[in-house]
Design a protein around this ligand. Structure first.
Ligand code: 13P
Length: 249
């Protein structure tokens, strides 16, 4: 069975003191959570402080992005080794906000994914269609294309160990969750795409999260679905009590 994974994407929120307080409050609330991987992804500037606050807890640290180069003249970027150095075990890659506002492409997602894997950081590769694309009936074409291009050149074993987050853009921060059936249908399609490209074993092992207005009151229904193995949570991850309820779905 695939181990559930609940990740909090803090996005561009929290100063050091606020992030450390949230990490401490959350770790007290979820210390008894079992059989679930818990990850929080703060902004780069507070990774070290949050890591310290999480030491000895059952919560892992993730970053929100990663660059593919090891070092050099890449102003404003953070390398895989730097994230490893600060204690990050996971990283988001290709979040729709990065794609929408910062011009990230599938090619970049692929480079970042390979660099993360080469440095022992687990990629959480984000995919998802816009409202326009859903209404045009091309959800599978868009999401399938993102999965195939994002994971191109990886081994089946590498794919088995990573996480794919399906986040329909129209459900992010809008309060509009995809129905659990609609969310699961796309997650099933993603798993089928992985099976075709990397084999049945990788497809059976890869963990697929749903993201988009996940809250304490809709997580149980989502997690009950056959191909949803976890959640990538935005707004509701900024509140320790609410996020702890999601973790303990
Ligand atoms: O983008 C998301 C997580 O990466 C989802 O955000 P919300 O949970 O705020 O809709």
């Amino acid at each position: 069975m695939r181990k559930p994974i609940i990740a909090g994407n803090w996005k561009m929120n929290k100063t050091t003191a606020e992030g450390v307080a949230l990490a401490k409050e959350l770790s007290a609330l979820v210390s008894d959570a079992k059989d679930v991987d818990i990850v929080v992804c703060p902004v780069f500037t507070i990774l070290a402080s949050v890591k310290e606050a999480l030491t000895g807890t059952n919560i892992k640290l993730g970053a929100q992005n990663i660059h593919w180069e090891a070092k050099g003249a890449f102003t404003g970027e953070i390398s895989p080794a730097m994230l490893k150095d600060v204690g990050a075990e996971y990283t988001l890659i290709g979040h729709s906000e990065r794609r929408q506002y910062f011009g990230e492409t599938d090619e970049g997602v692929n480079k970042r994914t390979k660099a993360a894997l080469a440095n022992g950081i687990v990629p959480i590769v984000c995919v998802g269609e816009s409202l326009e694309e859903r209404e045009a009936g091309i959800t599978e074409k868009v999401v399938g294309g993102q999965v195939v291009a994002g994971l191109d050149g990886l081994t089946g074993e590498q794919v088995a160990g990573l996480v794919i987050a399906y986040e329909p853009v129209w459900a992010i921060g809008t309060g509009r969750t995809a129905s659990s059936d609609d969310a699961n249908a796309v997650c099933t399609f993603i798993r089928k795409t992985v099976a075709e490209k990397f084999g049945a074993d990788s497809a059976a092992k890869v963990r697929i999260q749903y993201g988009g207005s996940v809250k304490a009151d809709n997580i149980a229904e989502l997690m009950a679905k056959s191909d949803i193995d976890g959640a990538l949570v935005g707004g509701a991850a900024l509140d320790a009590a609410g996020f702890s309820k999601i973790v303990k779905f």
